[in-house]
Design a protein around this ligand. Sequence first.
Ligand code: NAD
Length: 349
Amino acid sequence: MKIETIPQEGYEKLVKCQDPESGLRAVIAVHDTTLGPALGGLRMWPYGSWDDAIFDVLRLSKGMTYKSAVADTGLGGGKSVIIGNSKTDKSEALFRAMGRFVDSLGGKYITAEDVGTSVEDMVNVRKETKYVTGLPLELGSSGDPSPWTALGTFLGIKACLGEVFGSESFEGRTVAIQGCGHVGAFLAEHLAKAGAKLILADIAPERARAVAAASGGTVRDASSILDVECDVLAPCALGAVVNDETLPNFRTKIIAGAANNVLLREDHGLRLKEAGILYAPDYVINAGGIINVSIEVEGAYDEARSRTKVENIYDALKRIFEISKAEDIPTNGAANRLAKERLSQPARS
Ligand code: NAD
């Protein structure tokens, strides 16, 4: 096993992990532990180079710091990435080696599932370290984060409706969901129950059809979902949905979904504001999953406590909309300000 610390300004720790025996090549980034141990998922992705992996882990770990600060989880921000193909390169030895690297940080970093990793992978990580969450429910864990992310997103959309339309009712409102995977499907269920009309799209069209069959709604081609006329556009697929190309074509009043890094650049938040589109900052509205995991980290997992904390996402967004209006700044800027405030006053958070 080879572990190498790379100095990185603004980050507490960046470590390059190599284990020739299992073939593991990974990077762990601990961005900030002011508010607690750095928690963030383990992503497995076929990065083209070490530099690509490092770029991603730095960006993602900082996002986790802000997400946890606003959600008041008592956690800091971190993330890890494995360079590899999640379909062909997985083995028990690989994840056990990753577990040993996580363990070597002594609890400064706690890992979990992310894109390309699963509950089974976390079970293998657990064989080497206790600093892992997202294990099966029967092991006393908090289980799949997606329903919690979907619940928080649903409540966040409700806050947005109140802000834009003066009524939080979903009756007759049209919500377009891009991405009908784990979160998208649970979100559709909440929205349908509340009376919203759904427009659904997925690059795997059978997923959109399955969600439409379960929750109602019409299916659109994935290539045109961002341009549909709707009250709410809910990105629940990948990031960078708001960019120079997509911005002029939006026909929605609200952008509020579970996807991470929805804005390609921070200044796209200002462009949305200028276009009269209310944006629910991604790391605030999609914090349900991390909130649920934080309850597990606190001690014995308590579902009722998790629900109460996830419900606070509604209040956090209301607060952000207030700051945005009072100071005439975009909502993403208001969220960043709130996160920085909490980080500078750890005792009060
Ligand atoms: P997922 O992989 O289960 O679902 C994503 C879906 O999006 C897939 O069905 C995929 O086919 C589809 N998709 C990909 N590109 C698309 C495109 N261009 N157009 C339409 N559909 C497309 O992932 P998930 O767990 O549901 O997460 C969705 C998003 O929410 C991701 O950005 C993730 O990072 C974010 N997120 C998830 C959680 C969670 O608890 N799962 C928490 C926070 C943030």
